[in-house]
Ligand binder design. Sequence first.
Ligand SMILES: Cc1cc2nc3c(=O)[nH]c(=O)nc-3n(C[C@H](O)[C@H](O)[C@H](O)COP(=O)(O)OP(=O)(O)OC[C@H]3O[C@@H](n4cnc5c(N)ncnc54)[C@H](O)[C@@H]3O)c2cc1C
Length: 396
Amino acid sequence: MDFELPADDRAFRDRLRGWLAEHWKTDWARERARFASLDEQMAFLRGWQRRLYDAGFVGLSWPRAYGGGDATIMQQAIFYEEMARARAPELPNAIGLDMVGPALIVHGTEAQKTFHLPAILSAGQIFCQGFSEPNAGSDVAAGQTRAVRDGESFVVTGQKVWTTYAQFSEWCLLLARTDPDAPKHKGLTMLLVDMHAPGVSVRPLRQISGEAEFNEIFFDAVRVPAANVVGRINGGWEVAITTLMFERGPRTIARQLLLRHGIDAALELARRTARDGDTAAADPVLRQRLAQAYIDGEALRVSTLRGLTRMLRGGAPGAEGSAAKLFWSESIQRLFELMLEIEGPYAQLARGSAHAVDDGYWQLRFLRSRGDTIAAGTSEINRNILAERVLGLPKD
Ligand SMILES: Cc1cc2nc3c(=O)[nH]c(=O)nc-3n(C[C@H](O)[C@H](O)[C@H](O)COP(=O)(O)OP(=O)(O)OC[C@H]3O[C@@H](n4cnc5c(N)ncnc54)[C@H](O)[C@@H]3O)c2cc1C
C-alpha cells in the first residue's frame, strides 16, 4: 500500500474538503437531535444526498454512463474519510449505493442499470434489502417467500423481516423462491420490486434504541414484471453473494470512520469529564482502554486499506471482508461501552434530560450498536465464513 495520495486524488480531496467546509458547518451527532421524527430526518438526508450528487460527489467509482464519476475506488474512500472528518451525516441510500448498485453493475440488464443506477445516486430511489425472513436469517437461502411465474410476471407472496428503511424505500432487492423442488440455494431468484405496487405492506419494528429503522414487509400476490429479474432465474444466490460481499467488504471503509470518529469523541469526553479529583483521561484503567480502542481503530484502518489496494488492482471483495466486519462491530461495541463508563452515573440520563452528556447521544449509539454484531451476518456466521473460506477448515 502506498500511503501517499497521487496528485489527482489530492486535488479531488481538496475540492471535496472545500465543498464540505462551505456546506456542512455543524456536527451531525448533535444536529440529528433537532429532527422530531425519523421521517423528518430522512427528508433532510435525501436532500443532503441530492446536493452532494449535484456537486459530483456521489457514485464516484460507478460508470459515467449511469451517473457515476468513473474514478477509482480510492476517491470513494477519500469521500468517506472527508465526510467523517467534517462530521457530516452518512448518505441515506446506503443500501442502494454500497450494495444494490454494485450488484446491479455486475448482474443487472442494461435497462435495469439505466433505470435504477442514476436514481440510486440522486436518492430518487431509496432501496431496501429484502433477504431475511422470520425463519431464515443466518441461513438466508432457506427463505420461503414465493415468486410464481404467470405470463410475463412473477406473483410474489410471503414475508420479509428486519428490512432497514423499507418504510422510506421506493424499491426492494428481493430474494424469492422460484423453484421449491430444487436444492435450497438453486431455487432462488433475485427480483427488483416496486415498494408501491399493490399488495406490498410495511410495518415498522421498534428497536432497543427506541428508533424504528427496520420493518416487516408483507407481499400479498404482488405482480413483478419478469424484466425485473436480476441475473438468472433460479440464479439468485449468486446475486445474493455478490451483494453480501459488498456489504461486508467495501462498506467497512465507511464503518471504520464511524469507529475513528467515536475514538476522537471518547478522547474528548475523557478529557472533560471529572473523575476522582482529576479527569477521566487520568484514570489508569480508562487510559489503557482508550489506547486499546485507538489500536483497534488503526488495525482496522490498515486492513481496510489493504482490501482497498486489492480492489484498486482489479480484484473483487473477498471473504476476508468478514474479518473487517466482525472486528469493526465488536470494536465499536467495546468503544460505546467505554464511553458510557467514562460518563459514569450520567450515563443513566438519556436524551432530553438537562444533565445528559452530549444529549444522550452515546447512549443511543451504545444501544444501536447491539445490532451491529447481528446485521450483515452475525459474528458467529462471519467466524464460520473465515474458518471455511479463508482458513480452509471443514464446513460448518
Ligand atoms: C440493525 C439490523 C439491520 C438489519 N437490516 C436488514 C436488512 O435491511 N435486510 C435484511 O434482509 N436483513 C436485515 N437484518 C437481519 C439480519 O441479516 C439478521 O438478523 C441476521 O442475518 C441473523 O438472522 P436471525 O436474526 O434470523 O438470527 P438467527 O439466524 O436465528 O441466529 C440466531 C443465533 O444463532 C446463531 N447461529 C445461527 N446459525 C449458526 C451457525 N451455523 N453457526 C453458529 N451460530 C449460528 C447466530 O449467530 C445468532 O446468534 C438486520 C438486522 C439488524 C440487527
